[in-house]
Design a protein around this ligand. Sequence first.
Ligand SMILES: CC(=O)N[C@H]1[C@@H](OP(=O)(O)OP(=O)(O)OC[C@H]2O[C@@H](n3ccc(=O)[nH]c3=O)[C@H](O)[C@@H]2O)O[C@H](CO)[C@@H](O)[C@@H]1O
Ligand SMILES: C=C(OP(=O)(O)O)C(=O)O
Length: 448
Amino acid sequence: MRHASPRDTVPDNTAPPAEVIAIRPGRPLEGTVIVDGSKNAALPLLSAAAVVGAPVRVTNIPDSTDVHTMLGLLVGAGFDVVHIPGEAGSMVITPSRRHRIEAELLTAASTIRASYYLAPALLGRFGRARLPWPGGCRIGDRGMEQHFRVYEAFGDRCSTHRYGYEIQRSRAEQGTVSVALPFRSRGATIVAILRAVVSRQELRLSTPNLSPETLGVVGALESIGWVKAVERDLLVLTPPTETATVHDLTWTVPGDKVEAGTLACAVAATRGTARIEGVRAGDLAPALEHLRRTGVVVTEHVNGIEIDARHIARDELPIHASASLSPSGLDADFEPSLLAFALGIPGHHAFADTINPGRHANLIPQLRCMGAEIEEVSPTQCRFAGPQRLTGAGVETTDIRTGAALLIAGLTAQGITTLGGLEQLRRGHADLPGKLRALGADICEVTP
Ligand SMILES: CC(=O)N[C@H]1[C@@H](OP(=O)(O)OP(=O)(O)OC[C@H]2O[C@@H](n3ccc(=O)[nH]c3=O)[C@H](O)[C@@H]2O)O[C@H](CO)[C@@H](O)[C@@H]1O
Ligand SMILES: C=C(OP(=O)(O)O)C(=O)O
C-alpha cells in the first residue's frame, strides 16, 4: 500500500483535459454503461470513515474533483489516505500520528459544499473545527444554521466569522441528544449522525433526511455496531454497548443515482434503449417514475436498470416535477436532466426547485441560448410546452447538474452544441461525456 500525499489526491492527467466539448445529434443511444460511485454518497462516507477512529477501506470511490478535494482535506486534517494498488477507487482512511491541521489545505474547503462533513472529524481529533464557508455549486444561498442547531444540541459552541465558522466541542457530553430539524436537510442530518459518533451518544433526530446518501452512512455505522430505528419523522441511532475494536472494515460507495438518472434521461431523449449498471434502481425511483409516465419502459435489475424509449407515446403527456426533500420525493439533482428530456415530449410541463433557488437562473438562460421557450413563473418555477426543437449553440456548464442537462439538450438539438465550463461537470462526474460516448453519442473534445 502507498501513502498518499495531499498532492496525490489531485488527478494526474498528463494531457490537460479539453475545456470545451462538441456534441452532435446522432442515432438513438444504445448499449450498456456502468455508472461510477456516487459523489454525494462518497463524501459523507469518507467523512464517516474519519470519525470511527479505526482504519476503514472504502471502495467504489469516484474519480471526480470534489471527491479528490475531500481526500486532500482529510489528509490535511490529520488522516492517512492510502491507495490500494490494483484496486482503482479503493482507499484506506486511518487517523495518522500527525496532530496538525495543514492550513492551506483547509482553504480548499471553501471550494466544496461537503466540507461541512469534515467538522465532526475535526472535533473528534482536535476538539475544535475552524472552517471556511462551504462552496460548491452556485445555486442560490445555501445556509448552515441547521448544522449549528445540531452542534448546539450536543453542547458545542458555534461562532461565525467573515471567513467562515468555528465549533468548539462540548466538555460535558453525556446522554441522549435530541434534535428537531425544521426541514429535512441532508447536510444537517448527516452532520448530526457523524457528531453522535464522535462522542458515542445516542441521537434522536426529528424530521430527518432519509435519502439514500443518509441511509448509506447509517448502514456503514451499523457495520460497527450502531443500532438504528428509522421512522419517517424520527431517526434514532444508538451506539454499540461494547467498545470492541473493529477490524477489516470495508464500506462501498453506492452507484451514482444522479449519473444513472442523467444517462436514463439522455437515452430516453434520443429514443434509445440501453442498460445502465452499477446502481440500485430504488435510489432513482422518483426520477424513473416521471420517465415511465411518458411511456419509457424501465425494467429494474438487481444491479441496474434498462431503459427502452423506442416506442415513447406521442400523446400529450405533461411532466410536473418538483424537487423535494421528502423521503420519497424527487432529489433536486434529477430536475435539470428531466427538464431537458421534457423539452422533447408533447405536453405542457411544469418544473420547480425551491431547494436550490438559484438553479433555474443557471439552467434556463443556457437552454434559451439553444432556442428553448421556457416561461419562468417565479425564480424557482417554470413551465413550457413540448415538444421543442432546440438548435445547437455555445453554452456553459454553470453548475454540475446544469452541465448534465445541457449534454442531454445537445444530443437532441439540431446542429452542433459546444459546452464549456467542464470543470464544473468534473466536480461531480469523472467522465460523463465518456459514458455517453460509450452509448454511441457523438461527443468530441475541442482543442482551442
Ligand atoms: C454535497 C452534497 O451532497 N450536496 C447535496 C446536498 O446539498 P445541501 O447541503 O445544499 O442540502 P441540504 O439538504 O442540507 O439543504 C437543502 C437546502 O436547505 C438549505 N439549508 C440547508 C442547511 C441549513 O442549515 N440551512 C439551509 O438553508 C440549503 O442551503 C439547501 O438550499 O443535498 C442536496 C439535496 O438536499 C443535493 O441537491 C446536493 O447535491
Ligand atoms: C449541488 C451539488 O453539489 P454541491 O452541493 O456539492 O454543490 C450537486 O451535486 O448537484
